[in-house]
Design a protein around this ligand. Structure first.
Ligand code: ADP
Ligand code: MG
Length: 357
């Protein structure tokens, strides 16, 4: 693999050398790309009858990952997964990715740094290949701070969806049933274990079963929801069920009730104990599962595109003075559900939300 060669090359790599390696490694063989890496702009050709969807996501060292804790493949994987999950939430098909990357100058100068970059790209590429997403451009820069500079990445994903049919957060109505894909709390549980051990995971035998390191964006499920006209509203859960459900409720102008006993809790979260598992499932974030709604008259299969679907609650009419979200406990009691997931700049307002991400 070319990037492997780059890692082993004895001499420092410059911006142009790195871009050339990326261009060769990611040569885009896709109907959607008329012109990929190499010119001032990429030229994309969206399918006929489709609209273009665009999303952008930061991956910042010290905020979204730690170089001393996360394997570089995981950083590359998660960088792309964040954008793909946004496309999945709208039922879109990916067309191309664009990556703006700032790296400390010392990284390109040293072979350990070049190896880190090569492994970052191999993680990004493996997920891109899995979903046939070509890298069609980007920008490369030296990050400020010299040897203390940080790895900063911004990914842009461009996708397509049939005109007027992209799934939105705003389409839910009172009476709709609420569903989630997969299982919840796994990413938070794996991250908690990593932070407790404070040890870098150097090797992993498989990317399966690592919900924090290698989340699986639900593109096929999102596309199936759109194609089969099953969902009225949809959002991906990047910040946690409680926070993302609040977004869906506000956009749709409804409130929601979640049934605690119905929540599909990830086995890694279950290991934390009953209460911590529930907290991870409700507020953990970064599971990148889909949360969607459908009228009760629409039969929803128990699995869609190979991913399990669980009915977890109902949308209700919004009344002023009533909570936006409630949770029905197994003993039949009702508690208010507060958004408790990830929110940037919330450290001052709510110390509970101060966490290392
Ligand atoms: P310009 O200065 O005109 O923006 P660049 O030298 O930055 O051109 O980039 C040259 C080509 O390489 C462009 O097609 C750009 O999209 C691509 N490119 C630059 N950095 C990256 C990157 N990190 N990942 C993918 N493509 C990149
Ligand atoms: Mg540029």
């Amino acid at each position: 693999m070319l990037l492997d060669k780059m890692a082993k090359a004895p001499k420092p790599l410059g911006e142009l050398g790195l871009i050339e390696q990326i261009r060769r490694e990611f040569s885009a063989d896709s109907k959607a790309i008329t012109l990929g890496i190499g010119d001032d702009c990429a030229i994309l050709r969206p399918p006929q009858g489709c609209e273009v969807l665009v999303t952008t996501d930061f991956t910042l060292e010290g905020r979204h990952f730690r170089r001393d804790l996360h394997p570089p493949e995981s950083v590359g994987h998660r960088c792309l997964a964040r954008g793909l999950s946004d496309l999945a939430a709208m039922g879109a098909t990916p067309l191309a990715a664009f990556l703006s990357l700032a790296l400390p100058g010392t990284m390109l100068a040293k072979s350990a740094g070049r190896e880190w970059i090569a492994r970052f790209f191999s993680g990004l590429r493996a997920l891109g290949d899995m979903h046939r997403v070509p890298l069609a451009g980007g920008d490369t820069s030296e990050s400020p701070g010299g040897r203390n500079g940080l790895v900063l990445a911004d990914i842009v994903l461009v996708g397509s969806a049939p005109k007027g049919e992209a799934l939105r957060r705003s389409g839910g109505s009172a009476g709709d049933a609420l569903y989630v894909t997969g299982q919840l709390g796994g990413a938070a549980a794996e991250l908690a274990t990593m932070l407790k051990r404070q040890r870098r995971i150097l090797k992993f035998t498989t990317t399966d079963g690592h919900p924090h390191l290698f989340p699986e964006p639900r593109l096929d499920t999102g596309e199936a929801l759109l194609r089969r006209e099953l969902a009225t509203a949809c959002i991906d859960m990047s910040d946690g069920l409680s926070t993302d459900l609040a977004h869906l409720c506000r956009s749709s102008g409804v409130c929601a009730e979640v049934e605690q006993a119905a929540l599909p809790i990830h086995p890694l979260a279950r290991k934390l104990g009953v209460n911590a598992a529930l907290q991870a499932a409700l507020h953990g974030g970064e599971d990148y599962e889909l949360l969607f709604t459908a009228p009760p008259s629409v039969p929803i299969p128990s699995s869609l595109a190979g991913v399990s679907i669980t009915h977890i609650g109902t949308l209700k009419t919004l009344h002023s003075g009533r909570p936006l979200m409630t949770m029905l406990a197994p003993d039949g009691s009702r508690v208010e559900l507060q958004p408790g997931g990830w929110e940037h700049f919330s450290g001052m307002a709510n110390s509970r939300k101060k966490r290392s991400r």
